[in-house]
Design a protein around this ligand. Structure first.
Ligand code: HEC
Ligand code: HEC
Length: 236
């Protein structure tokens, strides 16, 4: 769109705009630059400093990092690098949400690292025996459905959605490998998980290289798949 508009003013302007790079051109059009996370290094911060700033967060994400309503995701036990990347992309506009974006807008990079490190250090939600389990969701999560192009989720999110953070093949806890930008899913509410999958599928959450990976995955899922997967993961 930018290129077409520029071409009205002549080839020279178009060439200049292209020379600035696609990122600059997109940013000047009011859209945030796409965030390529392939080089993202594992994040570490000051958990105590993060705790000191977390009071405002606990109104929605709970004093122990567990969401106070199904719309608010659990942060406790999540990978610090994943949490940091999400705060950064809310802050930069690559991930949009009218409730969460203003929260992240107030944070500088150090605060994002510290808060991410603090919430990652809290104990993850214990298994919820009361949540609806789904054998169909379990099967999809573990094996996918190759005939329909659905990949096994466990390949990236861990055997039962525990995330790369606690995968048995990761020795110790630091430094986290770059792929810890992939989140833990187990214990997250079915409402939140289904919303996230809809956001990926519909393209609302597509501003980073990682969101694009999930966009491709979510496009292979229909409504019944999404519900089954969300129910299975919430019960883990
Ligand atoms: C008024 C409620 C509210 C407050 C306060 C709030 N959040 Fe959130 N947060 C949300 C909602 C809602 C979402 C889910 C957004 C979506 O659906 O995309 C979210 C999502 C997140 C995520 C992404 C989690 C994931 O699994 O992808 C992170 C990280 C986060 N919040 C951190 C924080 C931090 C740190 C603070 C304090 C500085 C904070 N939040 C304050 C409501 C809130
Ligand atoms: C190739 C690796 C890969 C596969 C396979 C994969 N995911 Fe993901 N998933 C990711 C990455 C990377 C992210 C982080 C996206 C972001 O930062 O926006 C993610 C994020 C998510 C989220 C958002 C979590 C949150 O807290 O907001 C959900 C839900 C999810 N995946 C579900 C699934 C399900 C269900 C499947 C199987 C049908 C699956 N994923 C398969 C890599 C993968």
């Amino acid at each position: 769109m930018h290129t077409r508009k520029s071409s009205l003013h002549g080839v020279a302007v178009t060439t200049a705009a292209l020379a600035l790079g696609l990122g600059a051109a997109v940013a000047s059009a009011g859209n945030p630059a796409f965030l390529d996370l392939r080089g993202q290094r594992p994040v570490s911060g000051d958990a105590a400093a993060g705790k000191a700033q977390s009071t405002v967060c606990s109104a929605c994400h709970g004093t122990s990092g567990l969401g106070v309503s199904p719309m608010f995701p659990n942060l406790a036990g999540q990978s610090a690098t994943y949490l940091y990347v999400q705060l950064k992309s809310f802050n930069g506009g690559q991930r949009r949400n009218p409730v969460m974006a203003p929260m992240a807008a107030a944070l500088d990079d150090a605060a994002m690292r510290d808060l991410a490190t603090y919430f990652a250090s809290l104990p993850a939600k214990p298994r919820d025996g009361a949540a609806a389990a789904s054998p169909r969701g379990a099967l999809l999560f573990k094996a996918g459905d190759p005939a329909r192009g659905i990949p096994p989720c466990q390949g990236c999110h861990g055997k039962a959605g525990e995330g790369p953070r606690s995968a048995a093949d990761v020795a110790g806890d630091a430094p986290r490998p770059p792929w810890s930008t992939i989140p833990r899913l187990r214990g997250q509410s079915a409402v939140y998980l289904a919303k996230a999958l809809h956001d990926f599928r519909g393209g609302e959450r597509a501003g980073t290289s990682n969101a694009r990976i999930m966009q491709g995955v979510a496009k292979s899922l229909d409504e019944a798949d999404i519900q089954a997967l969300a129910d299975y993961l919430a019960s883990q």
